[in-house]
Ligand binder design. Structure first.
Ligand SMILES: *Cc1c(COP(=O)(O)O)cnc(C)c1O
Length: 419
């Protein structure tokens, strides 16, 4: 599908005049429409709830949009809980899906009334001693083996550190029932970024069968199945996007085939999508500041891998549009690079693009999830600002850029007399 930027060059210039590049932009209208589609695709399920994975885009202004449109949040750490609380989330609008969880994280999650999703069987005692078990508890499941979806999409749950084995799920349910737990959720995350409509329906089939089995063998009431994240987005223009309506309808068919005949038609479906909710609706905008001609052609930009780590870390493709040159022919082959002292600091390698001049704005697509949030400070580089573009095209800064003072804030300089 052709990649079309959601801002034009004029808007980039207007933003840049107030909030210098590099900056992240988010498309409020796109986010809201997408949330509406997700909710309507699963509206057949009475208890359906999408818990947005906060780690994908942890910004309170964006979380507020999610809240206003009926989403909950999926938190994995103390600070994500604090952020979510600040936005007004509480109770069963928070799913706490952590692993290797510190005590203070569980304590705060419990204080906020979150649904606790236990990653391991040993966490039953750990959490029980700290907080006491709740009437409803959730269990993260890892089926092991290899999970194959379609189109060669697969992953190896057997190598993943998350979740409990099948036997442990049954044992965990029995232990917790003995201690008075009344309702259970089952959660599983098996494959990341699946660009196919088959993943959720296949995962749902597996989890529904397990839920029926658990119910039959232990008598436990299963109140929800959490399909977690993993629904992907097409990063390259040649990929077909997922159709959330097909996905929702296929999950419904599996639900009606497996859960309903087992008398479990009251099970709520939960999801914890991050990438699918936000990915396409965020972009990193950076300016070309240098041109270098050695053995290859380089365009040096003012963002670097600390602003967007995915290409350096996973070799991920992110489409780039040169704003104002949307329709210009791609006649030049460039490496688009940032300024880190790391040779993997490349947003694009051998990419065919229109001729780039210094001062051009590069719109790096599909960075609305796992983009800004994976940022770091290597080389003393600073995190950028985040900007929300409203449906009427006006814009608002929703996080300022870091300054050197922020970078130095965790040092205590009081013993240094040169300051
Ligand atoms: C990261 C994560 C998600 C979100 O994954 P996406 O691929 O962004 O949808 C959901 N649940 C858990 C437990 C996660 O760790």
């Amino acid at each position: 599908m052709k990649k079309v930027p959601f801002i034009d060059k004029k808007t980039a210039e207007l933003i840049d005049a107030k909030i210098p590049t590099p900056f992240y932009v988010y498309d409020e209208e796109g986010i809201i429409n997408n949330i509406k589609n997700i909710r309507s695709a699963f509206a057949w399920n009475m208890g359906f709830k999408e818990y947005f994975a906060v780690k994908a885009t942890p910004n309170p202004f964006l979380l507020k949009i999610m809240k206003e449109h009926g989403l909950g949040v999926d938190c994995s750490s103390l600070t994500e809980l604090i952020l979510s609380k600040a936005v007004g989330f509480s109770g069963d609008d928070i799913m706490f899906s952590s692993n290797e969880t510190p005590e203070e994280d569980y304590v705060l999650a419990q204080k906020l009334g979150s649904i606790i999703n236990l990653d391991d069987i040993t966490h039953i005692d750990y959490f029980d001693k700290l907080c006491g078990l709740n009437e409803t508890m959730s269990i993260r499941y890892n089926p092991g083996g290899v999970f194959t979806v379609s189109n060669g999409i697969m992953d190896n749950p057997q190598d993943a550190k998350y979740g409990m084995t099948t036997d442990q799920v049954f044992e965990a349910v029995r232990i917790m029932m003995d201690r008075g737990v009344k309702h259970f959720g089952i959660h599983s995350f098996l494959v990341s970024n699946t660009v196919t409509n088959d993943y959720y329906p296949m995962l749902a089939g597996k989890l529904f069968e397990l839920a029926v089995d658990v119910h039959r063998k232990t008598g436990a009431h299963i109140s929800f199945i959490n399909l977690s994240g993993g629904v992907g987005i097409p990063y390259t223009p040649d990929q077909e996007p997922n159709d959330i309506f097909v996905i929702g309808d296929e999950v419904r068919k599996v639900y009606e085939k497996i859960l309903v005949p087992a008398g479990m038609g009251d099970v709520a479906i939960y999801t914890e999508m991050g990438r699918y909710v936000m990915g396409p609706y965020g972009a990193l905008v950076t300016k070309a500041i240098h041109e270098k001609h050695i053995y290859k052609e380089y365009i040096g930009v003012d963002a670097c891998a600390v602003n967007l780590m995915r290409p350096a870390m996973y070799g991920s493709y992110h489409h780039i549009t040169v704003l104002g040159k949307e329709d210009a022919p791609c006649t030049h082959k460039y490496d688009v690079v940032g300024g880190l002292c790391e040779n993997n600091d490349k947003f694009a390698i051998d990419r065919m693009l229109p001729e780039i001049e210094k001062g051009d704005y590069l719109f790096i697509h599909d960075t609305g999830a796992h983009g800004f949030s994976m940022g770091y400070n290597y080389n003393g580089k600073l995190r950028s600002a985040e900007v929300l573009v409203h449906p009427d095209k006006s814009f608002e800064m929703i996080r300022r850029a870091e300054t050197p003072k922020d970078y130095l804030a965790t040092f205590d300089f009081s013993d240094f007399d040169f300051i």
